[in-house]
Design a binder for this molecule. Structure first.
Ligand code: FAD
Length: 388
């Protein structure tokens, strides 16, 4: 094997763009195929959530790729949580007893765009946008694509193929459909979904509530959180059941019902979201699920990383951080075993799976604790705070 190995990556999201960058830095020839248009040139939401909490694990991966100093100016440190009660009172709740501990709010689009721009600096790396992978012949390492621009189908071959195409991964589907090996797979959805809303900036472009916190309105089996953006706005996320309880996505269908819900449960937030009914109706309701599977690779040919291998629910805010950590761990194993892809893939999964299973289970536990312990309001509130 030589560094001239032709690497094919499916998906240029957070994990795929970082992985591509790192492999290009190591000298491989890398082609990345992404189903969406280039998010730097198009007015599209980069993906599932508008902003995310970036932790030390994620920053470590940025350091590895030499981009930490460019990522940091995009970060807004959140030094703890600010809890909002139903009367509109607030009180801080630190992440731990340690001083100056913080997690960073960052725009998914800005971060993904930065990684793509860094990737563009490498002549041995090419990103092909608007190309959706429709399946992979995992034995011959030939991926099939549909080009949204030309409306044509085509195939591309890689010496090694990486699937970083998120929770609905096409490579993972091919593992399942081709039945060439014993592939264990589970996907479990929660009965809660999420909807994003916005607290706009003030007329002067300032934050209307403190930007130093992750804001949280815990209400037991549902809650609202808000993370600050650099432009002075906040992205607000409502986690709510689809069809259980007094309030749910299925019964909040009229302007009156939406306003009544927010007025009675989140009055201070309602005052900050002028277009609540319109946003609620127009913005999609996203599903939340956990994907577990094994093995993550086929022979010495192809492998899945990031959400493609281990999508988790967002109640610890660690999915992206875990996906970035995948690249850190993978890179260290590649360093040790370069030239032997099958060993690299095996050691990688052996090293990594226990950790990704653990964070998946912790995130689910927090969801169930919050949902099921509805009898005790103090407990309810405590659990919901731990989620955020
Ligand atoms: P993705 O980000 O899903 O990227 C996959 C890429 O592949 C996309 O660009 C997609 O367009 C492309 N693609 C998909 N299918 C194909 C195909 N067939 N062919 C070609 N390209 C394809 N994580 C955190 O660490 N902190 C948080 O605060 C946080 N908050 C979250 C809040 C919510 C509401 C949700 C839903 C998730 C949150 N996460 C958070 C999790 C985080 O979003 C994911 O873990 C992360 O995006 C995974 O990165 P990825 O690159 O593996 O997958």
């Amino acid at each position: 094997m030589s560094k001239k190995d032709n690497i094919l990556i499916i998906g240029a999201g957070l994990c795929g763009s970082l992985l591509a960058l790192r492999l290009a830095q190591r000298g491989y020839t890398v082609n990345v195929y992404e189903s969406r248009p280039d998010l730097r040139a198009t007015d599209i939401s980069a993906g599932r959530s508008i902003n995310l909490a970036l932790s030390d694990r994620g920053l470590k991966a940025m350091r590895l790729a030499g981009v930490e100093n460019k990522v940091k100016p995009l970060c807004i440190p959140m030094y703890g949580r600010l809890v909002h009660d139903t009367e509109g009172n607030t009180f801080p709740s630190n992440y731990s007893g340690r001083d100056n501990e913080y997690i960073n709010s960052i725009s998914r689009g800005d971060l993904n765009g930065l990684l793509l721009t860094e990737a563009d600096l490498y002549d041995n790396l090419t990103i092909h946008f608007n190309k959706k992978c429709t399946g992979v012949d995992i034995e011959n390492n030939i991926a099939s694509f549909y080009d949204y621009k030309t409306k044509e189908e085509f195939t591309a071959k890689g010496d090694v193929i990486f699937g970083t195409d998120g929770a609905g991964s096409s490579l993972r589907k091919s593992y399942y459909l081709e039945r060439k090996f014993l592939f264990s797979y589970s996907q479990n959805y929660l009965t809660h979904g999420y909807k994003e809303l916005e607290i706009p900036a003030s007329a002067e472009g300032k934050h209307l509530i403190s930007q130093d916190y992750l804001h949280i309105w815990p209400r037991g089996d549902y809650m609202l959180i808000a993370l600050p953006n650099l432009d002075g706005s906040f992205t607000v996320t409502l986690f709510l059941s689809y069809d259980e309880g007094e309030y749910n996505f299925n019964n909040l269908t009229t302007e009156e019902a939406i306003k009544n819900f927010f007025n009675s449960k989140f009055p201070d937030a309602l005052a900050l979201i002028p277009n609540i009914a319109q946003e609620f109706a127009n913005n999609p309701t996203g599903a939340l699920g956990t994907v577990k599977c094994s093995p993550w690779h086929y022979k010495n040919k192809n492998v899945i990383l990031g959400d493609a291998a281990h999508a988790i629910v967002p109640f610890y805010g660690q999915g992206m951080n875990a996906s970035f950590e995948d690249v850190t761990v993978f890179d260290a194993i590649l360093e040790q075993h370069e030239g032997d892809w099958e060993t690299i893939f095996k050691v990688y999964e052996k090293t990594r799976k226990a950790d990704t299973d653990a964070i998946a289970d912790l995130a689910i536990d927090n969801y169930y604790e919050m949902r099921d312990h509805v009898a005790n309001p103090i407990f309810k509130e405590k659990r919901a705070i731990e989620m955020a």
